[in-house]
Ligand binder design. Structure first.
Ligand SMILES: [Zn+2]
Length: 192
């Protein structure tokens, strides 16, 4: 089993520099093993990744407000994520950690086919901005545009392309809750 973890992602100009590799419709398959060893073209350079759509997703997510575990905004985002994954096999798993109710979403393409590649991003946002330059706002929750929202936007955009790539692997998109909570760096990734 191989893991590729996406954290926070910069998606500005995601339409740009890879266009010279040709239209994505010419891509029939990718050798994941060669790719993981750096012997193949990065997947991102073989896709017509729509950066504008990804940025729209970021705007939508931040419009919900902070996506704290157990909140209405968190639930609304999960519903939106699932509604954007037509054709994917979706499962949700809820567990309790340190008084929080955490719900992870797994979306799978090609279930049971070959080895599994997991692409992951957290969808929650941190409950306090302890590193904000403005000390008076350090107790406030963050909106997480270039944090949780960017990773989710990238996964949702990839989800549109993966079904057409004829991959010989099971692909799981893992949207994890509670990654950005906790009291210190040692206690982050609670939901993962
Ligand atoms: Zn984060």
């Amino acid at each position: 089993m191989r893991y590729l973890i996406l954290g926070e992602c910069g998606i500005i100009n995601a339409n740009g520099s890879c266009r010279n590799f040709g239209p994505s419709s010419h891509v029939s398959s990718i050798d994941i093993n060669r790719w993981s060893r750096g012997e193949d073209t990065p997947i991102g350079c073989q896709l017509s990744f729509d950066g504008e759509m990804a940025n729209e997703s970021v705007q939508f997510q931040t419009s919900l407000g902070p996506r704290l575990p157990g909140s209405a905004a968190s639930s609304a985002l999960r519903e939106s994520i699932k509604s954007n994954l037509t054709g994917w096999e979706i499962t949700e798993k809820t567990h309790h950690v340190n008084g929080m109710v955490l719900t992870n979403i797994f979306a799978t393409w090609n279930p049971g086919l070959g080895s599994t590649v997991i692409l992951a991003a957290h969808y929650d946002t941190r409950g306090q901005a302890e590193n904000d330059w403005n000390e008076s706002r350090r107790d406030e929750p963050i909106l997480g545009a270039n944090d949780g929202a960017s990773g989710v936007a990238v996964l949702l955009e990839l989800a549109k392309h993966i079904p057409a790539m004829n991959l010989s692997h099971e692909i799981t998109l893992f949207f994890t809750d509670g990654e950005d909570q906790g009291e210190s760096l040692r206690t982050y990734a609670l939901g993962s």
